[in-house]
Design a binder for this molecule. Sequence first.
Ligand code: HEC
Length: 249
Amino acid sequence: MLKRSLTAALLLFVVGASLASADDRQFRLSVPAVLAESGLMKYMLPRFTLKTQVRVELVSPGEAAEVAFGDTGTPVFTGMGQTWSIDVLAPEHAGASRFASWITDKTGQSAISGFKIDGNQPFALPVEEEEVAEDQFYEGDKLRGQQVSRVHCGRCHVTARGDEGLGIGSTPSFFALRSFEDWDVRFSSFYVLKPHGAFTQIEDVTEPFPEDLPSPIAPLELTLDDIDAILAYVASIEPAALGAPLTGQ
Ligand code: HEC
């Protein structure tokens, strides 16, 4: 009995040792103190290990490591007031390169954005990637959206660069509206927001104008597809510089 469990223990030890010496199932990750103390590593790394069976040993900057988080390499997330990059110091190390591809794929990215402290999300993906994602999120036809905007909304709004001479000066341009955090909410519901309700009909959505209150101007008649197209177009335009006056061009 005793002999058997000793053999088992010995076997485990040998297996463990051979895994460690194979070395591609474990690597050292250099992490600056602020990042180590943030809690992100404790949240993120077990997810990586669970998925890949590769273990990660945290070391301090300056110590020998296969991978480092810091200022150099490929930007992978932002937080604690800076952009964090990953630098693969040993690209031939299977575990290390596995980690580098994991952190930029979907599971890695959700392990970063899923980390919360008191309901806040201290780390986010690098900004460029978020903007691309937002642009792709809208499935409408962007080009058609641009045309629909110019024809229908361009009676009052400046809807594209080069059209600054069109529109009504006191009406906010699409660039100004795009700079609102909740621009998508406003553009999805513009037909109930003032002043549009009085002159806008969305097929299968809005009620006909009341008989005693006909549209004061040639009515704006659109479909939900048109609105999707407008959203896709507006997602792609550049917001007006923050702090620029809302009205006018
Ligand atoms: C007849 C003129 C006119 C037309 C046509 C028009 N708008 Fe507007 N729109 C306005 C004015 C004026 C405002 C500013 C209202 C305000 O500041 O209270 C506005 C505001 C908006 C806002 C911001 C609303 C808010 O409360 O935040 C959105 C979004 C918008 N328009 C989208 C559109 C879209 C999309 C179209 C075309 C499908 C369109 N508008 C057509 C005059 C117009």
